[in-house]
Design a protein around this ligand. Structure first.
Ligand code: GDP
Ligand code: MN
Length: 382
């Protein structure tokens, strides 16, 4: 689960990390009211899960009520890299002299957490890592011991953080690591950690991604889940119990197993198509599950075609075929062409059962994916 900035900030603030005063608003009037209460200047920030909101026009500063109204009006409802903004965070603007970076993530290669500090905050840290890797100081943390205080001091020192703020930055990093560990997070990040003209540090942005499978251990964070969904599709997927990730292409993908779905995504990309989603319906293939999966994929307006990648195993191919038939027959109309690749146990029987008036069938995944891409191209050209 990826928390919104305002949610992550409230978690950080509760843990003692300095953050600017802020209020969430969903209407222009609410935003202006919040700005009046906080006092100008304010920053008005789109609450969507995309990086680089600043550059994309999702963050504006306002000096007075008129500007706040204008900024909130411009940002609320705007399309930011494919997402519609339905709330903004109104926040006291920070009078800053420097922007730093502080983060904790999992280094899978090392099998350990890694803490990172850099003076090059306020810009895309992935770009810094690529262009100037030495600008990011790193320190691995052994999970058996946790973060030793000297390790936090060391990485701050290695990053050449100015002496005036080094102890504050160390404190922020220690807290951030503790939060990362306590919340079963995959990433915790402050970019930028601003240095104010008074020599204080303030978290101007906040990222906290928590492992979905650990959410049951964090009832307080679970409460954020409903609002953390980016759109109705993600909410629907959670209700249906599917593993679903929305992408932004036009080829809908459904498979029974994460590996099969990933392979399909890769092949769609390989053959020059663009996947619309990752959707794993898991084991079994009861008609209801297939119907729900189709409902999900067809609810995405970008989808021009759907490809099923089914491998019969414990669930036999003929059962899956029945499920797909029933699901498709239950629809009043099939809005976009559906291609099915069926392999594995009882695949031949399954393909015989499939209602070819409703679906196209292919024996190999390569053929199925290419057929889907052709379908999508035809739909697009219509
Ligand atoms: P992101 O672009 O989505 O990562 O959003 P950030 O919250 O990190 O903001 C982007 C940039 O806005 C910052 O790095 C600052 O350079 C700039 N900015 C200027 N003034 C302010 C301010 O008062 N508050 C915040 N949050 N950002 C500001
Ligand atoms: Mn940021």
């Amino acid at each position: 689960m990826r928390l919104h900035e305002y949610q992550a900030k409230s978690v950080f603030a509760d843990a003692g990390i300095p953050t600017p005063p802020s209020t969430l608003a969903t209407t222009v009037d609410e935003a202006v009211e919040a700005a009046e209460e906080i006092g100008y200047p304010v920053a008005i920030k789109a609450q969507v899960h995309v990086g680089g909101r600043g550059k994309a026009g999702g963050i504006k500063l306002a000096e007075d009520g008129g500007e706040a109204r204008e900024a909130a009006d411009a940002i609320l409802g705007m399309d930011l890299k494919g997402y519609t903004v339905d709330s903004v965070l109104v926040e006291g603007a920070v009078d800053f002299v420097d922007e730093l970076y502080v983060g904790v993530t999992m280094d899978r290669g090392a099998g350990k957490a890694v803490t990172m500090v850099s003076r090059k905050g306020g810009v895309d840290i992935e770009a810094v890592a690529e262009e100037d890797p030495d600008a990011i100081a790193r320190e691995h943390i052994d999970p058996a011991f946790g973060q030793h205080p000297f390790q936090a001091r060391k990485v701050v020192y290695d990053a050449d953080i100015p002496g005036e703020v080094s102890s504050d930055v160390t404190k922020v990093l220690s807290t951030l690591y503790r939060l990362w560990e306590d919340t079963d997070a995959s990433d915790a990040e402050i970019n930028p950690l601003m240095v104010t003209s008074d020599g204080d540090v303030v978290a101007a942005d906040a990222v906290l991604n928590v492992d979905d499978d650990a959410l049951f251990r964090h009832p307080d964070l679970e409460a954020f889940e409903e609002e953390s969904f980016e759109d109705d599709l993600e909410r629907k997927a959670s209700e249906y119990g599917f593993d679903y990730v929305r992408l932004h292409g036009n080829v809908g993908i459904i498979g029974n197993g994460a590996g099969l779905v990933m392979t399909t995504l890769d092949l769609v990309d390989y053959f020059g198509g663009e996947p619309a989603n990752f959707l794993d319906i898991g084991g079994g293939a009861k008609a209801e599950r297939v119907t729900n999966a189709l409902d999900m994929v067809f609810s995405d307006p970008n989808v021009d075609t759907v490809v099923f990648n089914i491998f019969g195993g414990i669930t036999r191919g003929d059962e899956v075929a029945k499920g797909i038939n029933e699901a498709l027959e239950s629809l009043e109309e099939i809005p976009k062409p559906v291609v099915v690749r069926l392999a594995g146990t009882n695949a031949t029987e399954g393909r015989e059962i499939l209602n070819t008036e409703l679906v196209q069938t292919e024996e190999t995944l390569e053929d199925a994916v290419q057929r889907a891409i052709e379908n999508a191209a035809e739909v697009t050209n219509e």
